[in-house]
Design a protein around this ligand. Structure first.
Ligand code: HEC
Ligand code: HEC
Ligand code: HEC
Ligand code: HEC
Length: 510
């Protein structure tokens, strides 16, 4: 953590640090990049280039399941595809060990084999990789880039750790079927990044980072029912692990300056206000904070030049406008109840929210609240637009009950895994140690089943709103029987439970 901030400072932020501007992130840093021997001269330059690209590619996020074993794999990746308005999980992929261990890692691979895997999605034995490995983006890397990345990957510490087989439907286990997928969705678009001579160097650099190693579209571009990116709607927003990855096209970010965008990446500050959470926080912390300021600016310049083919026209007024905003931004979560979002029109689910008073509800929607992103990730919306949309949503449930406004609370504090551990040991332990009332014990592998079944948010809700929405079997006692715990600390406790009990799951940064 200290080291991270230090590197951070050395790279480009010392002046800010001195002026007291660096916001220390209180959440534990996830995987650390290993120390390596860079050598000198040309070798050093090559290894540094490779490390930089590996950081830009955020390989560490997917390929690390334990902070002590960077790049040794075992992390669970659970992609979903949209079908009939729902997000359908297609199975659990476990990332392989990509350390240079000769037995369990890629230590025996040649550079050509590495290149074929990274740029064409084909393994050394000739079988096809699934696109959860983002080769659809990495194909934009040049042969020289790959050379540097290969050199770096061969230099990181080798760790012996067996790969875990994917847990996917049998039909998908036939890798050759991926060839059909690739013919349709990959080969027409593969190949090294070609700079556009009409554009500036800065723009081209940004385009390369976004379209290539950064694989931003993996989360921000809608996915077709075949699991391929919907290229004509690039960067117009998608859903990932229950989080809405917002529209980051220029059409949506037009009021957000390059400077503000850079702050999203460095300080986790969302343009609409509030803190970056979930998967994007991981992207920032494992990847983007390591990039040069000039590269982050290039990324921002490129994003701002992209166009949403179907932009939201914030015209109209009153409920008409609110309904537009709702259907573009809020519907992803509030129609289905994703991530524990109170469902549109669900009187039971909104009851407690209405009781807390309208001002507080507005503040939550504007500043963000637990897994509710600030402004519902509508960067183009004003506070008044959001208030209007909240009114629109409340209209569907308000049935004449008196709403008493209460004073606004302080913004929520961020807790660490340590806080979670403390609360667990003080409170949750009463039942979750002895198995009282059938509660699962810390470290019980069955927590993994709960996580699979309910997802991260489902589990949070099982504690925070055990009866709020529907009485789901397996729910905890209300708020873990802790009267003084706020939502943040309960979330930290649940993260702690998952961290201690489920292999390959890491939600520390979420
Ligand atoms: C979104 C998650 C994700 C990211 C990001 C990611 N990978 Fe992977 N990678 C995977 C998964 C999952 C597989 C297994 C694919 C399969 O089995 O078809 C994989 C497979 C691989 C393989 C093949 C290993 C083998 O044993 O066959 C290599 C090499 C690899 N990744 C390197 C990288 C590098 C280098 C980066 C960063 C530039 C990276 N990956 C980024 C998820 C990811
Ligand atoms: C693993 C999925 C994932 C990847 C990869 C990813 N993002 Fe994100 N991004 C998200 C999510 C989810 C959010 C919403 C965060 C929140 O609401 O707290 C987000 C938010 C953002 C925002 C803030 C937008 C707004 O209006 O609030 C920007 C800008 C952004 N991402 C840019 C990028 C760029 C650039 C890349 C590639 C370098 C990238 N993202 C890669 C998931 C991802
Ligand atoms: C990424 C998913 C997501 C999106 C997109 C989203 N919400 Fe939410 N929202 C949530 C979740 C989850 C909660 C529940 C938070 C909790 O109670 O812990 C929530 C809660 C709320 C609440 C109740 C806040 C309170 O005081 O308890 C309001 C109001 C709200 N959202 C409005 C909106 C509006 C307006 C939009 C669109 C502009 C929107 N949301 C978009 C996930 C989302
Ligand atoms: C009075 C006993 C008790 C206490 C105290 C308690 N729990 Fe539970 N918890 C349970 C029981 C019982 C279940 C449900 C077991 C089942 O039916 O599978 C449960 C389930 C859970 C679940 C799974 C929820 C789901 O959606 O499936 C989580 C997460 C959880 N507890 C977290 C906590 C946390 C965090 C604390 C401390 C803040 C806590 N519990 C304190 C009894 C308790």
């Amino acid at each position: 953590m200290i080291k991270v901030n230090y590197i951070f400072c050395v790279l480009f932020l010392c002046s800010n640090a001195l002026s007291g501007e660096v916001v220390q992130n209180p959440v534990e840093h996830w995987a650390e990049y290993p120390e390596i021997n860079y050598g000198v001269g040309e070798e050093k330059a090559l290894l540094e280039k490779g490390e930089y690209l590996v950081k830009a590619g955020d390989c560490i996020a997917c390929h690390t399941s334990s902070t002590k074993q960077p790049f040794a794999g075992g992390n669970a990746v659970k992609p979903t595809i949209p079908l009939l308005g729902m997000q359908i999980p297609i199975g659990t992929f476990y990332s392989p060990n990509i350390t240079p261990d000769k037995k369990t890692g890629i230590g025996r691979w040649t550079e050509a084999e590495f290149s074929r895997a990274m740029r064409h999605g084909v393994s050394p034995d000739g079988s096809q990789y699934y696109p959860v490995f983002p080769y659809v983006w990495f194909t934009k890397l040049s042969e020289n880039d790959i050379k540097a990345m290969y050199a770096y990957m061969m230099r990181i510490p080798a760790i012996e750790k067996e790969n875990k087989p994917h847990d996917i439907p049998w039909i998908m286990q036939w890798r050759f079927l991926m060839l059909g997928w690739k013919l349709l969705f990959f080969y027409p678009f593969d190949g090294e990044f070609k700079p556009d001579p009409e554009q500036t160097d800065q723009w081209n650099r940004g385009a390369f980072l976004v379209e290539g190693p950064g694989h931003c579209g993996m989360c921000h571009t809608p996915v077709t029912m075949f699991g391929s990116p919907q290229r004509d709607m690039a960067y117009t927003g998608s859903v990932i692990d229950g989080y809405a990855a917002p529209n980051i096209t220029g059409s949506s970010l037009k009021k957000v300056s390059v400077d503000k965008l850079v702050r999203v990446f460095l300080y986790d500050e969302l343009p609409g206000g509030g803190q970056v959470r979930g998967p994007m926080k991981e992207v920032n912390h494992d990847s983007l904070v390591y990039l040069k300021q000039s590269d982050l600016e290039a990324i921002s310049v490129y994003l701002k030049s992209t166009v949403d083919p179907k932009p939201l026209k914030l015209s109209g007024s009153g409920m008409e406008k609110a309904s537009l905003i709702y259907n573009k931004y809020c519907v992803n979560c509030h129609a289905s109840g994703a991530g524990g979002a109170p469902k549109y029109g669900d009187v039971m689910g909104w009851q407690a929210i209405i009781e807390q008073g309208k001002e507080k509800t507005y503040t939550h929607a504007i500043n963000g609240y637990n897994s509710m992103p600030a402004m519902g990730s509508c960067a183009d919306c004003t506070d008044d637009d959001i208030k209007l949309t909240v009114d629109y949503m409340l209209q569907a449930v308000e049935s004449g009950g008196d709403i008493i406004a209460r004073p606004l609370g302080e913004p929520p504090v961020e807790y660490t895994l340590k806080d979670g551990e403390r609360v667990f040991n003080e409170v949750c332990v009463t039942c979750h140690q002895e198995g009282t009332l059938g509660a699962l014990q810390l470290g019980d592998p069955r927590w993994g089943e709960v996580l699979d079944r309910k997802g991260f948010f489902g589990m949070l809700n099982g504690v925070i709103h055990p009866r709020g929405y529907e009485n789901t079997k397996g729910d905890c006692v209300k708020r873990g029987a802790c009267k003084t715990c706020d939502d943040g600390i309960l979330i930290a406790a649940v993260k702690y439970i998952i961290n201690q009990s489920v292999e390959g799951a890491n939600y520390v940064l979420w």
